[in-house]
Design a protein around this ligand. Structure first.
Ligand code: GLN
Length: 182
């Protein structure tokens, strides 16, 4: 079988770490900076960084419309979760509160339980999910706030799975990509 071809939005932020993790899992990782680079991808990762900058650069390059038109699975982490929410691209039915755990000082790590296994989660000026629509499944919470959720082909995390050695969340995403492509 051909390896899964996964785009990583590379306008800003932690795209290299995501690409490295996807490659470790046997996927082909492609940096995406222009709309046409989404063609032929099996899935897309929107990394952490700064959501305001992401939105500005995405509009500038026409990537906002291109991502809205993209039909494959999408995994958004931290700022990547923010850009997918109701107030930004409007692709995931969630309200997100930016910098919800506090600013830089409140960056922290903790173990969360994801579908029966423990995952180390790194939170950096992290958002949390404030409200979810009926089609959203909350997969993990911290301090009573959802930090990992799934809505159909969309997976969103408040934290940075690409900054640890644990590949569980990227595996979860690639499983979904594999199912959609099959
Ligand atoms: N605080 C950032 C924002 O609001 C997100 C932080 C991150 O992606 N690590 O966009």
């Amino acid at each position: 079988m051909k390896p899964l071809r996964i785009g990583v939005l590379a306008v800003q932020g932690n795209f290299r770490e995501h690409a490295a993790m996807l490659r470790r899992l046997g996927a082909e990782a492609v940096e995406v900076r222009k709309p046409e680079e989404l063609d032929g991808l099996d899935g897309l990762v929107i990394p952490g960084g700064e959501s305001t900058t992401f939105m500005r650069l995405m509009r500038l390059y026409g990537l906002d419309e291109a991502i809205r038109a993209f039909e494959g699975p999408v995994f958004g982490t931290c700022a990547g979760m923010i850009v997918l929410d109701r107030d930004h691209l409007g692709l995931v039915d969630i309200d997100v509160r930016r910098n919800a755990f506090g600013r830089q000082v409140a960056s922290f790590e903790t173990d969360i339980e994801v579908e029966g296994s423990s995952v180390r989660a790194v939170f950096i000026r992290a958002p949390w999910i404030e409200d979810v629509g009926p089609d959203v499944e909350v997969l993990a919470e911290v301090e009573g706030h959802p930090v990992l959720a799934r809505q159909g082909r969309f997976l969103v995390a408040s934290f940075h799975p690409e900054l640890t050695d644990n590949t569980r969340l990227h595996e979860l995403f690639l499983e979904e990509v594999g199912l959609v492509r099959a």
